[in-house]
Design a protein around this ligand. Sequence first.
Ligand SMILES: [Zn+2]
Length: 205
Amino acid sequence: MSDTLLAHSAPMRQDFFENQGELLAKLAAEGQTPDALFVGCSDSRVTPERMLDAQPGDLFMLRNIANIIPPYIQTEIGIASVLEYAVLHLRVPHIIICGHTDCGGIKGLDKNIDMSREPALSRWLDLARPAQREVDFRLRDLAPEERHIAIVERNVIHQLRNVQSYPFVREALEADQLELHGWVYHLERQQISFYDPGADQFSFL
Ligand SMILES: [Zn+2]
C-alpha cells in the first residue's frame, strides 16, 4: 500500500531537495537561527514563506486560529513554550503577529458556537473578543466588510499587547534585542498592511 498524499508530492520534493540541498545540509549541521517568530492564523490561505519569500531556516512558526497569544497569566503552555524557545533560546530579533482578511476565527466571534460541541474553539475565540467589543463600541457605523477588517486589525493590536505581558519578551524589548510587528494580510489583493503604533493605524507600504 502506498501513501497517495506522499506519492503525489514526491516529484516536487525531489526537485526542492535538489535545488536547496546545500542550504538544508547546512541547517541540519549547524541548527537554526531564524530571523523571526511568525505568529499567524491556521488558515490554509495564509502562506508565510511565500508572503516573505522565506527559505527553510528563516521563520520560526506559531499558527493557531485567529493568530492569538493568550496573556501570560493564562499560561497556555503550548503557546508559552514557543515564545520561550523563540525569545530565550533562538533569540529571534523579530516577532510578527499577522492577521488576515476573511478570517473564519474572527467571523466566529459573531456566531453562537455550541459550547457542548466545540468547547475549545469557543473558549479560544474569547481571547479575541476584546477586539470585537472595541470596534463595536468605538466604530459603530461601519459596513460589514469594514467592520470585519477593523476587528482583524484590533485583534492584531490586542495580541501585540498580550505578547508583551510575558516578562522575557518585555526584557528583550527593553534591551533592544527584539522588535514587534503587527501585520494584516489582505488575501484578495495579496498585500500586507502594517501597524504604525504612532498613528495607531494600519498602512500599506
Ligand atoms: Zn484566520
